[in-house]
Structures are given as structure tokens and as C-alpha cells.
Design a protein around this ligand. Structure first.
Ligand code: FAD
Ligand code: NAP
Length: 481
């Protein structure tokens, strides 16, 4: 059930801004001649802010134009990270300080590759850093994936995190069983949001529509499906324990996955295996085949591949097939299809099988959508760099992205003298004005931010997010309700 309304939403946002903009002053207008060097950063997630912070700290002349597709900043920190991970979202405090530096200008609501081209960026800067993340979602490519109440994780996560594109997804929790495909941390986030008592979410920044819906949920069982064994779980121990240690949740993990070869692997002494070994030992502690009388059950079903999602309009079950090990070693087993087919009745399915990269401009992206920037720099006639998930692919936590910023940022500072000293041909805001492209500045965002915090405060929450881009524009330009 894919609700891709982004183009429509952005067109409407541009039109709304355009009307409101004429009635207000340009809060972001900079000087008409821009001092050197000017860096365009595409994206305002952890990679964009990490790079901005590094450059501003290590060079006192650099000016930055941060160009963000959405009207508001922070990428997956706002639209991905779970509402109950507020400690993770604290990184925003550091990003704010970066954005308040007078050498940084924020342009929200401007999509590079759609409203603004790579050529425009080359005219308006001495160098470009792509930090636009990974915007696609992988698909299983099995029958039934488009049935009603089947979601990919981006839709589901976007729904509870207030992403306008997915705010109308309306997942239904009428039945008693949810199946989640994938055993990575995103799958765990989805499972936790369904299983966690809603009283533990009500003060967070979860959107009100999602909170109300989860409060009425009838789901009693969440089943996670992994196609390989325990040593190949993609999640981390901490995230798993966050679910397994919720009061009144019973976890079921069959003993049969912990074969002799898995147990032997747990005794191998190698630093790089430690994290996985700790995770598997933790799972073994909880392994059992019982179903309990707890109010909610969480099961991890491994060595299993979904082959069809069944239902009449709406999902009613998932057909799965077992997998068996036919060689390899415990850490890299060769998995082949078995011949046992099972039907798992369920009323909602979420596929959390990884994000994907999107080609932004064919001149700079590989066919898989990533930018092949070796140690941060792309082999291209104009200085182009890349950082974060658009370079590494969709893997890693905030700390990994920050490390990537140090690599790319370090390379940029080293290269600085080789960037053109011819100056930029035009300031960005002039190109935007000439092309009638509207945008929200950092001051506009701060107005939206204040509005969200104050609306949240009234109902005992950290913030209540504005969902519609048009409403954001109204608040930004002082016309909000
Ligand atoms: P993003 O955060 O995706 O930022 C990219 C930015 O670029 C976005 O703002 C996007 O709108 C913008 N953009 C995209 N296309 C364009 C364009 N054409 N023009 C202009 N701008 C554009 N890590 C943790 O450490 N802890 C967690 O709890 C955690 N939870 C997560 C939950 C989920 C659901 C996911 C998917 C990831 C989570 N992560 C977590 C990982 C973390 O979010 C990533 O490591 C990090 O966000 C990657 O940063 P990025 O800047 O590369 O990408
Ligand atoms: P991920 O870690 O790559 O996990 C993807 C999962 O989907 C894996 O279990 C994978 O199994 C499975 N999968 C892929 N294709 C499949 C298919 N065709 N059929 C069945 N299963 C399939 O991706 P993610 O969960 O989206 O997370 C992305 C990154 O964000 C990760 O680095 C994660 O740690 C990070 N993140 C962190 C947090 C946190 O720190 N709290 C929260 C969310 C995300 P195989 O291994 O067999 O391919």
C-alpha cells in the first residue's frame, strides 16, 4: 500500500509558499556577492549536519548552503528514529548550534534533482557534498505485497513519525497477529512500537493519530521472520532487549536454532565476533518453545522465507517456507530452500528488509543509487563529495555516519585549495528567486519548531509534529492556526 504523494505534496507546498512569501519578507536573503568558498550540502540529516559542523570548525571562511528536500531539517532523526528513542534525538541540540552559525543558510523544501539541478548547484558553489541518505525501500517481490494492511517499514515508520507522505497509511490493528519480515533494527523498532504499552509513548513526539490508533490495537502477537539463523541476525542486543524486557511480554525463540555448530561459534575467540556472540547468547537465555499467557507475545522465527502474502483485498495470512543449511560455516552458512510450507494467519504485515538508494543524477550516482565517492570524493570534473547513507548505502547508526563525516570532511579540508578560485557565478537565493522556487529558512523552521513544542506541551508531550507541508508553510509565514 504505497502512498507516494511526494511530487503532489511538493507542488502544493511550493504554491502555498509562493502566496505566503509575497506577503512576507525574505528572512534568508544573504548578500548579493558571496565570499569564497561556498559549499552546497544536499540534505540536512546527520551526515549533512556532521559535515557542516566539521567544515565550519576547520575553516573560518567557508559559507554553507544546506539544501533540504523537506521543509524541515534532521532527516531520519525526525522521520526515522523511534519516538521512544528521545536520547538518540538529542543530537538535534548540536545540529541547532551548527545551523545558527551565520555562515550557514538553510533552504528547506528544495529537492535537488527535481526543483534544483546539479548544474544549478555548480553555478552557486565551489564544491558540493551530497548527504541525501537512502530514500527507497526494498521489496520482497512476492505475490500479495500490495494487499491492504501490508506496509513497508518506511511507510509504517513514517506514519507514526508524522511523515506527510505516509500520514494516511492507516494501518489496521483489528486482528490479533502482526508479521514483520526482517530481523534488523528497523524491524525491531516496528515491533516495539506495536508491543509497547502506549502509556510509555504518550509523552513522546509520536503523532497523535498513531498514538490513538495504537491505543485501540488488538494485536497480541508480533512474529518477526528472519531468513537465516541466529548468528545472522542484523539487529543489536540492546535493541532486542528493549522489547524482550518490556513487562508482560513473553518472547518465543525456538531452541532448535541453537545447533551445535552455532554453540561452537559462540566460543570462538575473535574480537570482531563479540557483538554477535553476545546477541546470540542473550537470545539463548530466552529460548523456549512455549507460548505463554502474557498479555502480548513476541516470537522470532528464523530460517524462514515468506513466499506469498495471502488475502482477499486485505491480508489474512503469510505463506512461508523453511530454509536449511547446506554447507558453509556457522557465520556464513549456505542456505537453501527446504520443502516445509506453513501458513501464518495474521492481519497486518510489515516488511522491514532494508532501505535503498535513489539515483539523484545519472552523472554522479551508480546504478544502485549510491555515490561512489572514494574516501568521500567523487571522480568528477567539479569538486563533488558524498557522505552518510548516500555514499555507504543504508547501513549503520548515527555514530557510523558521524565517522563518515570525519573522513569526507577531512578530505574536503585537504582539497580546499584546489577548488575553483573563480568565485561562484550566482548566489543560490538569486537562482531560486529567478526560478520561482520557494523555500523555508532556518528562522521559518524555528517558528515551526516553537509551534510544535507548544502544541505538544498542551497535551503533555515533548512535541506534536506538524504533518502537512502546507501547514508548515502557513506557520512559518505567520499565518498558522
Ligand atoms: P538521512 O538521515 O536520511 O538524511 C538525508 C537527508 O537528505 C534527509 O533530510 C532527506 O530529506 C534529504 N534529501 C533526500 N533527498 C534529497 C534531495 N533530492 N534534495 C535535498 N535533500 C534531500 N541510528 C541510531 O544511532 N539510533 C537509532 O535509534 C536509529 N534509528 C533509526 C530508525 C530508522 C527507521 C532508520 C531507517 C534508521 C535509524 N538509525 C538510527 C540510523 C540513522 O538514522 C542513520 O545512520 C542516519 O540518519 C543516516 O544519516 P544521513 O544523513 O546519511 O541520511
Ligand atoms: P538491515 O540491518 O540491513 O536489516 C535488514 C533485514 O532484512 C535483515 O534481517 C535481512 O536479512 C532482511 N532481508 C533483506 N532482504 C530480505 C528478503 N528479500 N527477504 C527476507 N529478509 C530480507 O536494515 P534495517 O533494519 O533497515 O536497518 C538499517 C540500518 O539502520 C542498520 O544499520 C541499523 O542498525 C540502523 N538502525 C539502527 C537503529 C538503532 O540503533 N536503534 C534503529 C533502526 C535502524 P539478511 O541478513 O538475511 O539479508
Amino acid at each position: 500500500m504505497l502512498h507516494t504523494v511526494s511530487r503532489h505534496v511538493r507542488a502544493s507546498f511550493q504554491a502555498t509558499c509562493s502566496t505566503l512569501y509575497r506577503q512576507s519578507r525574505d528572512l534568508n536573503a544573504g548578500p548579493s556577492r558571496t565570499p569564497l568558498p561556498v559549499v552546497s550540502i544536499v540534505g540536512s540529516g546527520p551526515a549533512g549536519f556532521g559535515i557542516a559542523q566539521f567544515l565550519l570548525k576547520n575553516n573560518s571562511n567557508i559559507r554553507i548552503n544546506m539544501i533540504e528536500k523537506r521543509p524541515v531539517p534532521y532527516g531520519l532523526v525526525r522521520y526515522g528514529v523511534s519516538p521512544d528513542h528521545q536520547d538518540v534525538k538529542n543530537c538535534i541540540n548540536g545540529y541547532e548550534k551548527v545551523a545558527e552559525n551565520p555562515r550557514l543558510s538553510f533552504y528547506g523544501g528544495v529537492a535537488v534533482g527535481e526543483t534544483l539541478s546539479l548544474d544549478d548547484l555548480m553555478l552557486t558553489s565551489n564544491c558540493i557534498v551530497f548527504c541525501h541518505g537512502a530514500q527507497e525501500m526494498n521489496r520482497l517481490h512476492i505475490p500479495g505485497e500490495d494487499l491492504s494492511n501490508v506496509f513497508n517499514a518506511k511507510e509504517f515508520v513514517g506514519w507514526f513519525n508524522g511523515d506527510e507522505e505516509y500520514s494516511h497509511s492507516n494501518p489496521g490493528f483489528n486482528g490479533d497477529t502482526a508479521v514483520i519480515v526482517g530481523v534488523g533494527n528497523v524491524a525491531l523498532d516496528c515491533a516495539r512500537m506495536i508491543l509497547k504499552p502506549t502509556r510509555l509513548l504518550q509523552e513522546t513526539d509520536i503523532t497523535q493519530h498513531a498514538l490513538k490508533c495504537l491505543e485501540q490495537s488488538n494485536i497480541k502477537n508480533v512474529i518477526l521472520i528472519g531468513r537465516r539463523g541466529p548468528l545472522q541476525m542484523a539487529c543489536t542486543r540492546r535493541e532486542l532487549s528493549e522489547i524482550m524486557e518490556i513487562n508482560d511480554i513473553h518472547t518465543t525463540i525456538s531452541n532448535e536454532y541453537f545447533t551445535d555448530s552455532v554453540k561452537d561459534a559462540l566460543n570462538m575467540k575473535k574480537l570482531s565476533l563479540r557483538k554477535t556472540q553476545r546477541l546470540v547468547k542473550y537470545m539463548m537465555k530466552y529460548s523456549n518453545n512455549d507460548v505463554d499467557t502474557a498479555s502480548r507475545n513476541f516470537s522470532i522465527k528464523l530460517m524462514t522465507t515468506p513466499i506469498e502474502i495471502c488475502g482477499d483485498n486485505t491480508v489474512s495470512s503469510v505463506l512461508v517456507r523453511n530454509n536449511i543449511v547446506s554447507g558453509g560455516d556457522a557465520f556464513n552458512p549456505k542456505i537453501i530452500p527446504g520443502d516445509v510450507i506453513e501458513k501464518i494467519p495474521c492481519s497486518i504485515v510489515i516488511t522491514a528488509i532494508g532501505y535503498g538508494n535513489k539515483v539523484l543524477d545519472e552523472r554522479i550516482s551508480n546504478t544502485n543509487g549510491c555515490i561512489n565517492a572514494v574516501k568521500g570524493r567523487l571522480d568528477f570534473p567539479f569538486p563533488i563529495y558524498a557522505c552518510g547513507w548516500c555514499r555507504t548505502g543504508p547501513k549503520g547508526v548515527l555514530a557510523d555516519t558521524l565517522n563518515d563525516c570525519l573522513v569526507t570532511g577531512g578530505r574536503m579540508i585537504k582539497d580546499l585549495d584546489s577548488w575553483s578560485d573563480a568565485g561562484v557565478e550566482q548566489p543560490l537565493h538569486e537562482i531560486l528567486r529567478r526560478k520561482n522556487i520557494e523555500y523555508l529558512s532556518w528562522k521559518h523552521w524555528k517558528q515551526i519548531d516553537a509551534h510544535e513544542i507548544s502544541s505538544g506541551c498542551k497535551i503533555g508531550k515533548i512535541r506534536e509534529k506538524i504533518i502537512a507541508y502546507d501547514d508548515m508553510a502557513s506557520i512559518a509565514f505567520g499565518n498558522g492556526k
